[in-house]
Design a protein around this ligand. Structure first.
Ligand code: ARG
Length: 440
């Protein structure tokens, strides 16, 4: 017997079924808990508008709670022959409760059902990403304070340029993450709108109480217009993808720097042997494979918005099955990003930073601007001071004073660590406050 919700008496071709279902049976497991939450809110709303009786609700809610418990225990599966999570939940209810189970789908379509599942899923996943970002942020901030006075070369054009510090370097990636959190937050607000009630994408002739399901599911507001709500499949994913790509670009950039700083020609930082990898032929090697894999993963994650844009670029308005494939792209991606963030935090817990890097004479010229500025403070016009030091460099007579005195906001001596932490805390508040999206 066919288990398709839409079965009308003919047996669908098995090869066609496998092709169209794709990876849904595996990927939809991540939506299962949200599917049950959505169904609970939907049937409570159906009760309130008289489409279900109290007796029916008293049968349905405990049965859905049982399913929710089996999901949390990891026992829920999507059986062979069942298309997706939505069909499986309805199938379980009907086999347990008979005709009552068949009533829950009034005023709903799998199109708004999968949408509501995805919104709830992305809402949680964005909070998980924000948590991992915050852990890395805190580690970077701690390191920035710890290594505030350890100087390192700053480069432009990959040429030695001006003094920088590990305090600035760690702190720079921390503050860069605050910008990425702005995008996480924007994606969160886009995801946090209730599409339930848009049904197949054009609403329903039942007087659905969409404010009620919005409240029950803890959404910020309804996604009002039913067509806009359906259009948000794709728009939501693209917003999440842009935020994921932003975080990945920060982490990938940091991974690149660390690969370079670990190179023996630099030797600015080291990690314990156990956190490096070896070579099968060269016995001396301690390779930065962790940072290289991270750089690669983060580079791939930056192609997410592009992949989604190409997948959805020429779709007509309304639901199209192509949209299903976004799950294949997005679900592994958010997990991968969280893995990278947590791995970065773990690695940085064990970083060793070299002292006195700038004592090496190869960095002598890094102090030229300091010496120009010193002359300026003694009253020499900047252009004359620049020329004087420039000529010393040209004639190989330049001797650095090696004294630096950067005090302005955001500079080596005053990296504004506390202000950056305050900025991050404020941005993260909606993403970490558990009362904001609590389910009723
Ligand atoms: N697996 C489908 C998806 O992710 C569920 C929605 C199916 N809707 C439909 N009209 N075939 O899009």
């Amino acid at each position: 017997m066919s288990k398709q919700l839409w079965n009308k008496g003919f047996q669908p071709d098995r090869i066609i079924e496998e092709f169209t279902v794709g990876r849904d049976r595996e990927l939809d497991l991540r939506l299962a808990r949200y599917d049950v939450q959505g169904s609970m809110a939907h049937i409570r709303m159906l009760r309130s508008i008289g489409l279900l009786s109290q007796e029916e609700i008293d049968l349905l809610l405990p049965a859905l709670e049982d399913i929710a418990a089996s999901i949390e225990r990891g026992e829920f599966v999507i059986e062979p022959g069942v298309e997706d999570v939505h069909s499986q939940v309805e199938f379980l209810l009907t086999s347990r409760l008979g005709d009552v189970g068949k009533k829950i789908h009034s005023g709903r379509s799998r199109n708004d059902q999968v949408l509501v599942d995805l919104k709830l899923f992305f809402r949680d996943e964005l909070r998980n990403i924000a948590g991992a970002v915050d852990r890395l942020f805190k580690r970077l901030q701690m390191l920035s304070v710890e290594h505030k006075n350890k100087l390192m070369p700053g480069y432009t054009h990959m040429q030695v340029a001006m003094p920088s510090s590990f305090g600035l370097w760690f702190g720079a990636y921390a503050e860069a993450l605050t910008d990425d959190v702005q995008l996480l937050l924007a994606a969160y607000h886009i995801a946090n709108q209730n599409p339930l009630g848009s049904a197949a994408g054009y609403g329903s002739s039942f007087p659905l109480d969409r404010e009620m399901t919005t409240r029950l599911l803890g959404f910020e507001r309804p996604h009002y217009n039913v067509v806009a709500a359906q259009m948000s499949r794709g728009k939501t994913e693209r917003a999440v993808a842009m935020a994921v790509a932003a975080v990945a670009s920060t982490v990938g950039h940091m991974a690149m720097d660390l690969c370079m700083w670990m190179c023996p020609n630099f030797s600015f930082v080291t990690f314990p042997d156990e956190l490096t990898t070896g070579s099968s032929i060269m016995p001396h090697k301690k390779n930065p494979d962790v940072w290289e894999i991270m750089r690669g993963k983060c580079n791939r994650l930056q192609s997410l918005p592009n992949e989604l844009t190409i997948l959805t670029a020429n779709l007509p308005l309304g639901y199209n099955r192509d949209l299903q494939l976004m799950k294949d792209i997005m679900f592994p991606a958010t997990t991968e990003l969280i893995d990278c963030l947590d791995m970065a935090s773990y690695m940085l817990e064990h970083i060793t930073v070299k002292d006195d890097i700038l004592d090496d004479e190869r960095y002598d010229y890094i102090f030229t601007v300091e010496d120009v500025n010193r002359l300026v403070l003694q009253g020499v016009p900047f252009r004359d001071a620049y020329r004087q030091v420039g000529m010393e460099v040209q004639n190989h007579t330049y001797k650095p004073t090696r004294e630096i005195n950067h005090t302005h906001l955001g500079s080596i001596g005053n990296p504004a660590t506390e202000q950056v932490s305050a900025k991050m805390n404020e941005l993260l508040r909606p993403l970490t406050d558990s009362s904001v999206s609590g389910l009723e």
